[in-house]
Design a protein. Structure first.
Length: 688
């Protein structure tokens, strides 16, 4: 025997002894659960943290010896049967606690009694519907929730129970729906689809059993077909119904009346008549069936001129159908009347269905900004020296166009009073002119006058003016209209403009003709919604005002006008600058007496100078917004209504309330409110 043999025998003996120690036979009846956990810790070499809530008795019986792993698995099963669970803790230990709330704890690493969490992603069924099927299988301590955004189900339960749940998910997550295409020969696909969808929404028998939703129905206009998707049995029943309706449509009446919900029958009539080759009639109430049938062009399927032929060029003109077709409208009910074979009726009905849709609306808001600053300075000196009647003193005066009042006018009025008397017609005329000149003077005016001895008079007037005027004008016209529909708004006045005048030989009996002209803010626009949310705007923007008369002797008016006519493309809700003007106008005027006005210092008495500067910034902005549905329209109305209500002033100087009272009492309704108060506003509300 070698030296290694005693060592090998000793190792085998130790292994056998360890195996014997690892084998455990359990026979516990009504033992304290805490003492049982202590025995398991000694037998398995694991560390346990016992929750204070863990109390009670436990019974565990095994008929054969168990190894360490089997013994630990038996321990987990025994705790589970008594409402307890083992979860991993820090440092490799385990925490023993009641099973309540186990779904929120970390899962055990091994064993079928461990608590696990698994995510099942669904492909065919809805997550909410799957929960109703899975909830009965989940244990009392487990949880099941749905993630609607990802269409997934999250389950937290014991590992052995999770296997059953996974098998059930695989069975129920199967697409049992079928797709079927039905081509119609006589009826219109859009009309049949609308009727069947209405029947399904009203709780008809077209749906699946057990309250499942009815099959989906989609109309394909290009091939006049219906696509059905749903439960096989429900799709078959619906297909039989569609086939029966299509068969009955073949024996339908030759005359059909289509009531329009959104389109205008007067505008739609010529389009339909051109499609069938019928001579287009003016959309009047006299366009009846009899008149259309008796017209020479009522046979639409014979050779026709290019103006009245159907779709296509004159050489390859193609019309709908292969038989007689007459189309008219009934003005009172906005209806289209079609007298044609069934296939022609179906095709025309499909065209009408695509055109008779609710059009989107466009809100067009404009901001007109005009900022101006005008500054003026004027300094004028006038003097007068004249002799009286019979004297030999010469006459001398300075008079400037930019100085006020006019010294000559005032002196003439004084001379008329002293020389001609106050009753003279000339004196009255001179006095009126002097008064007008004095009233027209602005700024500071200083003057004096008197006699020089007994044969001369003199006068002196000094006028100084400085003015600075700044203005900030904002206008915000807005208007809403249908897509591709012209609209106009005018806020202003109508003023008379003289267009003709006639006088008699004696210059009396004046005859004058006038024309009324709009003055104010005017916005005229025609929007067109394009693909991608862009809006094409053909618009005319005008701002006009009265500047005053042409002169003091004429009553004709001068009008200020700012006008833009253009076509632009704007994104939905974006602001674009249409155009504007930046004007800086400076003017200086110097009037003086030659030679005398050039004398240093003293020459100021023989001068009159003025300076004016006007700066104007004019800019026009536009913002179109698409109103897609009734919710957007209500949102907009509520925003504008709130703005006006907040701006309203009552008798006490605070909030009004008259607008709300008028809506309730006169309109007999409630003020508009936003559909969703939490939603952001459709457009930023203006600040008061």
């Amino acid at each position: 025997m070698t030296r290694l043999q005693p060592v090998l025998i000793a190792g085998v003996a130790l292994m056998l002894a360890g195996t014997a120690i690892a084998q455990q036979t359990v026979n516990l009846r009504d033992a304290d659960v805490r003492a049982y956990i202590q025995d398991v810790a000694r037998a398995t070499g694991r560390s346990f943290v016992i929750d204070p809530r863990v109390q009670g008795k436990i019974s565990v019986v095994s008929e054969r010896p168990l190894g360490r792993d089997a013994y630990f698995e038996l321990f987990l099963s025994a705790l589970r049967a008594n409402g307890l669970i083992v979860v991993p803790a820090a440092g490799g230990a385990f925490r023993v606690q009641p099973a309540d709330g186990a779904a929120s704890q970390p899962a055990a690493t091994t064993g079928r009694n461990r608590f696990v969490t698994q995510v099942f992603r669904l492909d065919s069924i809805d997550a909410a519907a799957a929960i109703e099927s899975l909830r009965p299988l989940v244990s009392r301590e487990g949880q099941v929730t749905a993630n609607r955004s990802a269409n997934a189900v999250i389950v937290a339960d014991y590992a052995d129970n999770m296997q059953r749940i996974a098998a059930l998910v695989r069975q129920i997550d199967r697409d049992r729906q079928t797709i079927r295409v039905i081509t119609l020969k006589n009826a219109g696909a859009r009309e049949i689809a609308a009727s069947l969808n209405q029947l399904g929404s009203a709780g008809g028998t077209t749906g699946q059993a057990g309250g499942s939703p009815p099959p989906s129905i989609v109309a394909i206009d290009s091939s006049n077909a219906l696509v059905l998707r749903g439960d096989t049995a429900a799709v078959q029943r619906l297909a039989d119904t569609i086939t029966d309706l299509d068969r009955r449509a073949a024996a339908g009446a030759d005359v059909r009346v289509i009531f329009l919900a959104h389109a205008d029958a007067e505008k739609l009539l010529p389009v339909l008549q051109q499609l069938v080759g019928q001579a287009a009639t003016a959309g009047s109430g006299s366009s009846g069936l009899a008149a259309a049938a008796s017209s020479p062009g009522s046979s639409p399927f014979s050779a026709a001129s290019p103006a009245t032929t159907g779709i296509g060029s004159p050489a390859t003109a193609a019309t709908i159908g292969r038989g007689q077709a007459v189309i008219a409208r009934y003005e009172g009910a906005n209806a289209i009347i079609i007298s044609a074979p069934a296939d022609v009726q179906r095709q025309l009905g499909a065209v009408i269905g695509q055109l008779d849709t609710r059009r989107e609306q466009v809100l067009v808001e404009a901001i007109i900004v005009e900022i101006s600053d005008a500054a003026a300075q004027r300094l004028g000196v006038q003097f007068l020296l004249s002799g009286t009647q019979g004297s030999n003193i010469p006459f001398s005066v300075t008079n400037y166009s930019n100085a006020a009042p006019n010294l000559l006018t005032v002196a003439g009025a004084v001379a008329g009073q002293t020389q001609l008397g106050s009753t003279s017609t000339t004196t009255s005329t001179l006095t009126d002119s002097a008064v007008s000149s004095l009233l027209a003077a602005t700024g500071g005016t200083f003057g004096f006058g008197g006699k020089l001895g007994s044969n001369a008079i003199f006068g002196f007037v000094l006028n100084a003016v400085k003015s600075d005027t700044a203005s900030n004008i904002l206008s915000t016209p807005s208007i809403m209209t249908l897509d591709n529909q012209q609209a106009k708004i005018l806020v202003g006045q109508e003023i008379p403009i003289t267009t003709g005048e006639a006088l008699s030989q004696t210059f009396n009996n004046t005859f004058r003709t006038v024309q009324r002209q709009n003055v104010g803010i005017q916005l005229e626009v025609k929007p067109q919604i394009n693909a991608g949310g862009t809006i094409k705007l053909a618009l005319h923007q005008e701002v006009s005002s009265i500047a005053g008369p042409v002169s003091s002797t004429s009553s004709e008016l001068i009008l200020n006008k700012r006008e833009i006519t253009t076509t632009v493309t704007v994104d939905d809700g974006q602001i674009i600058a249409l155009g504007g003007l930046i004007d800086d106008n400076e003017r200086r005027t110097l009037e003086k007496v030659p030679l005398l006005g050039d004398i240093p210092l003293l020459g100021q008495l023989f001068r009159s100078k003025s300076r004016s500067r006007t700066k104007t910034n004019l800019m026009v902005f536009i913002r179109p917004t698409i109103i897609h549905d009734a919710g957007d329209a209500q949102q907009l109305a509520a925003e504008r209504y709130d703005y006006i209500r907040d701006s309203e002033i009552g008798a006490d100087g605070k909030g009004g309330g008259a607008l709300d009272a008028l809506v309730r009492d006169y309109l007999r309704t409630v003020p508009p409110v936003r559909p969703d108060a939490a939603a952001p506003p459709l457009s930023p509300p203006p600040k008061p």
